[in-house]
Structure formats: C-alpha cells, structure tokens
Design a protein around this ligand. Structure first.
Ligand code: NDP
Length: 264
C-alpha cells in the first residue's frame, strides 16, 4: 500500500524513546522530514546516533529540546518548523508517561500534575502547530492515548480518568478542525518501551531478564495475544493514521492492545 508520505513534514513529540522513536524511524523510512522533540537534548542526540548506527538516513531528521508543557518552548519549536518548512503535515502528540496510583494514594497536587500532563501535552502542541497544519493539503494529528480511556485500571485511577478526558477532546477536535485537519487516536495496551524498562529495573526478581519479566506480566494481565506490544507495532498504527492513505478517517480510536479490550 502506498502511504503517500514522501516529503511530508511531521512533528513527533517524545521522539527520543520508545513509541515516539519508532515513529520517527518509520516516518524517516517513508521519506518524511521529521522534527522530533523531547525535554532532554541528550536523549534526542542519543536517539539520532542510534538511528544512524542502524543505517537509517537521518538527513531529514531535526531534533530540538522542547517541553510540551511549556508554552514558550512549544512556540519556539513551532517557529523553527515554520521558518524551515513553512508548514506541518503531521503532528504526533506522543510525549508523556503514566502515573501509578489508586484514588486513596493520589494527592490533589498529583491529580493536577497528571491532568495537566495528559491534557496540555495535546492542547499546547495542537494550538501551536495549527496554523502550520492548516497550510497543508493533507493535515493530520494523531494522539497517542491508552485503552485506559475506556477501561480504567484500579492502580492507575488518575491516569485512566485523564485518558478518558483526552479521548473526549480528540472527538471534539476531529469535528472542530474538520475538514482541514484529521484528528485520530491510538489506544494502547501495554507496549514494551522506556517506561516498562524503567519499571523492570525497579521491580524484576534478581536474575530475571527483561523478556522473562514481560512474559510473566503478559500472562498476569491475560493479554489474548500473549505478549506485550512492540514499539514498532504502535508506530505502524500511528504512521498509517497520520498518512493520506487514511484520508477518510477522522475521530477514530484505533486499539493497539493485543486483544485486551472488552469492547465489541
Ligand atoms: P518512553 O518513556 O519510552 O518515551 C517517552 C518520551 O516522551 C521520551 O522521549 C521523553 O523524553 C518524552 N517526554 C516525556 N515528557 C515530555 C514532555 N513534557 N515534553 C516533551 N517530551 C516529553 O514512553 P513510551 O514510548 O512508552 O510512551 C509514549 C506515549 O505512549 C506516552 O504518552 C505514554 O503515556 C503512552 N502510553 C504508553 C504505553 C506503554 O505501554 N508503553 C501504554 C499507554 C500509553 P524526555 O524524558 O527527554 O522528555
């Protein structure tokens, strides 16, 4: 299938690790000019080096440190993209991380921080890049969200509630920004990435490998496909939804969760 992505301009937030980094890799392979951001420049530089070491052509990759929660930082990123390319065709709102906590253990300040992260990691880049997206003849936004939006987990209460709100926002944006910009979401289950590697280091039994730990967790979580997702599997869904090949899809939520969802 032809994704028709060559020479498009894509902005990927949280592009230095995990799902974001795989999205950057797939977009570069499609001939896209990719602007990747994360808070730490060092992480972005390491990601670029890792891609280059794997033989990926990084000539079309521009990396710039940016905290998506800081308005001025996002504005600087959008200004750079505007000066350099004059437009953006794709915005992937991917930056973020989950918060593990029950209702009883979540303080007000933690609720505020989580709601701020989940909402403003979408609101700020979307608002800043909208003028550049509107210049494109095939503009699209993909929001990386979680199945928790539909199926909350008791140990992730505030993340789940925030995810549900973001999904509601995606639907509103898909109507308000149509027909100029398509807006879709992917709903992830558990995908092996930086977040899970960090949890592995904190929680695995002595001598247990990452693969063994993930296999045990996949069994505990009763994932029908029997394993965690790979970052490139999440990235493939993001790239498809962002591409002109998905030109009649907007307001959709694509589950990439190995069959965990109980929704028909
Ligand atoms: P990783 O931890 O591997 O990558 C997160 C990326 O986001 C890094 O590049 C990080 O870089 C960047 N980032 C974090 N906060 C900010 C910020 N405020 N501004 C800019 N960049 C930021 O995570 P994943 O690949 O697993 O996660 C990607 C997205 O998918 C996240 O939103 C996550 O919540 C979501 N998700 C993941 C699931 C999973 O199982 N992996 C399940 C459900 C949802 P830096 O630290 O330098 O800023």
């Amino acid at each position: 299938m032809e994704l028709k992505l060559a020479d498009r301009v894509a902005v990927v937030t949280g592009g230095s690790s995990g799902i974001g980094l795989e999205t950057v890799r797939l977009l570069l392979a499609e001939g896209v000019h990719v602007i990747s951001c994360a808070r730490r420049q060092e992480g972005l530089d390491q990601a670029r080096d890792a891609l280059a070491a794997q033989g990926v052509d990084v000539g079309r990759l521009v990396s710039q440190a940016c905290d998506v929660l800081e308005e001025a930082s996002v504005a600087r990123l959008a200004d750079m993209v505007g000066d350099r390319f004059g437009r953006a065709d794709i915005l992937v709102n991917n930056a973020g991380q989950a918060r593990l906590s029950t209702f009883a253990s979540t303080l007000d300040a933690e609720w505020e921080a989580e709601l701020n992260l989940k909402f403003f990691s979408v609101i700020r880049p979307t608002r800043a890049f909208l003028p550049l997206l509107k210049v494109s003849d095939a503009a699209s936004i993909v929001v990386v969200n979680s199945l928790l939006a539909r199926q909350p987990e008791p140990h992730m209460v505030c993340t789940s509630a925030a995810r549900a709100g973001v999904q509601n926002l995606v639907k509103s944006l898909s109507v308000e920004l149509a027909p100029a910009v398509r807006v879709n979401a992917i709903l992830l289950g558990t995908v092996n990435s930086g977040q899970w590697e960090r949890r592995f280091r904190e929680r695995a039994k002595p001598g247990q490998s990452l693969d063994e730990w993930l296999a045990e967790l996949a069994q505990e979580k009763q994932i029908p496909l029997g394993r965690f997702g790979k970052p490139e599997e999440a990235a493939a869904a993001i790239v498809f939804l962002s591409s002109p090949a998905a030109g009649f899809i907007t307001g959709a939520a694509l589950e990439v969760a190995g069959g965990v969802s109980r929704f028909a």
